[in-house]
Design a protein around this ligand. Structure first.
Ligand SMILES: [Zn+2]
Ligand SMILES: [Zn+2]
Length: 235
């Protein structure tokens, strides 16, 4: 199969993120991606991949490539995203993150719900431990993602909270060659930048996208992300 240009939105929250809307079921997300002709998506809930397997199954039925992802809160208190082709890889990383979570229960009335659902939007379980907690130091996360053949990027670096720039005030030299997700700012000479929706609501999906040059399968997509075979067009 030859390479093609794939439209990607690799930062989407589902109902497992307390901050996401309750209609962000894997089923609705896949339907929306299909409507918008998005080829590749990733489900990236906070420190958890609980809805990725279902999304991947639905993606297969609808010809959408779904990566298993997580938006990880690192110990330094900013967000990064890890993406994997296989659910087993994501789960191995999730296990290490969950070892760091304090047993703080979520107040569903105040904070929202963290739901694991099935293909038909039935609730499988309510995740009670508050998931958006600081976990491992950034360098440990990078190592862990690499060991599990995943792709890593720094989330929304031009947002004024939970971003590496807002938290540290600068990007340390050791990270200069890595990939950064930007919302709207000029990329200011940064080579590897991508844009995603960070959707918490259905209508946000796809409102920022980027393009990957890859064969249309999840392993090839990860490989091409790792070799920076991607770009975005200025609006
Ligand atoms: Zn974030
Ligand atoms: Zn996010």
């Amino acid at each position: 199969m030859k390479k093609s240009i794939l439209k990607a939105d690799l930062h989407i929250h589902s109902v497992l993120s307390a901050c996401a809307s309750l209609d962000m079921s894997p089923k609705n997300i896949i339907e929306k991606a299909k409507e918008l002709n998005i080829d590749v998506i990733a489900i990236t809930d906070h420190n958890s991949c609980g809805n990725c397997e279902v999304a991947q199954r639905l993606g297969e039925k609808n010809n959408i490539i779904v990566l298993c992802g997580m938006e990880i809160t690192v110990a330094e208190e900013f967000h990064v995203v890890a993406l994997f082709s296989e659910i087993s890889q994501a789960r191995a990383v999730e296990k290490k993150l969950h070892e760091k979570l304090l047993p703080i229960e979520i107040d569903e009335d105040r904070n929202g719900y963290q739901l694991v659902v099935d293909e038909d939007e039935n609730i499988i379980r309510h995740e009670k431990i508050f998931l958006n907690q600081a976990t491992l130091p950034c360098d440990d996360v990078i190592k862990l993602v690499k060991e599990n053949d995943g792709f890593f990027f720094f989330s929304h670096i031009d947002r004024d909270y939970y971003s590496i720039l807002a938290t540290l005030g600068f990007i340390p030299d050791k990270y200069q060659d890595m990939t950064f997700e930007i919302y709207g700012f000029d990329k200011k000479g940064m080579e590897k930048t991508i844009r995603n929706s960070d959707a918490h609501f259905i209508d946000w999906i796809g409102h920022r996208c980027f393009l990957i040059e890859s064969k249309p399968d999840k392993e090839s997509v990860i490989k091409n992300l790792l070799t920076s075979n991607f770009y975005y067009k200025e609006d």
